[in-house]
Ligand binder design. Sequence first.
Ligand SMILES: Cc1cn([C@H]2C[C@H](O)[C@@H](COP(=O)(O)OP(=O)(O)OP(=O)(O)O)O2)c(=O)[nH]c1=O
Length: 192
Amino acid sequence: MLREKLKNYNVILASKSPRRQQFFKDLDIDFTIQLKEVEEIYPKELKGKEITKFLADLKSKPFTDLSKNDILITSDTIVWLDNKMLGKPKDEAEAFEMLRSLSGKSHEVITSISIKNKSFQEIITDVTTVTFKKLTDEEINYYIKNYKPFDKAGAYGIQEWIGFIAIENLQGSYFNVVGLPVHKLYKVLMSL
Ligand SMILES: Cc1cn([C@H]2C[C@H](O)[C@@H](COP(=O)(O)OP(=O)(O)OP(=O)(O)O)O2)c(=O)[nH]c1=O
């Protein structure tokens, strides 16, 4: 479907996330990967969806020479807990703190996707509410040691062991939690 729909475009995915790259393959999109370094810094007064929208847009900014048929896709995922943002943990201690703070509570996983071309830009956002059971310190340490979740917002991957044993409830898109609300991306791309 999308391959045919987008045959006159060059779809560029600016993401180093192997999960996002796999989603694009599984959507049967013909695409290339182009990476440009961006420092993920945002104004501290921003909250929740405003942060992911800002960062998805920021990741698109270095691409200043898009041509008419290019479609650039960038995105950002955060964990939003008790009015605070959890990004990627920098070390084991921070991962431990993040998982402790998620334990026994619900949080939101928010992803924004920027779809941009020479003459337009659309930023879409999706929110999933995830509820964790109470985690023991032993479970947290076991997960961090074996899965090293330093590339994941909130220090967990729903698609890994911790997702199997700890997630009691989920409201919204599972794939949004993994890093891409594919159903919304599909809708926008089909409408181009
Ligand atoms: C909460 C959660 C996040 N994640 C991932 C999705 C994102 O890839 C990552 C959050 O980091 P992001 O900054 O959104 O993305 P990234 O740095 O991995 O890739 P890029 O900016 O190059 O596109 O966390 C999971 O894989 N599983 C989960 O359960």
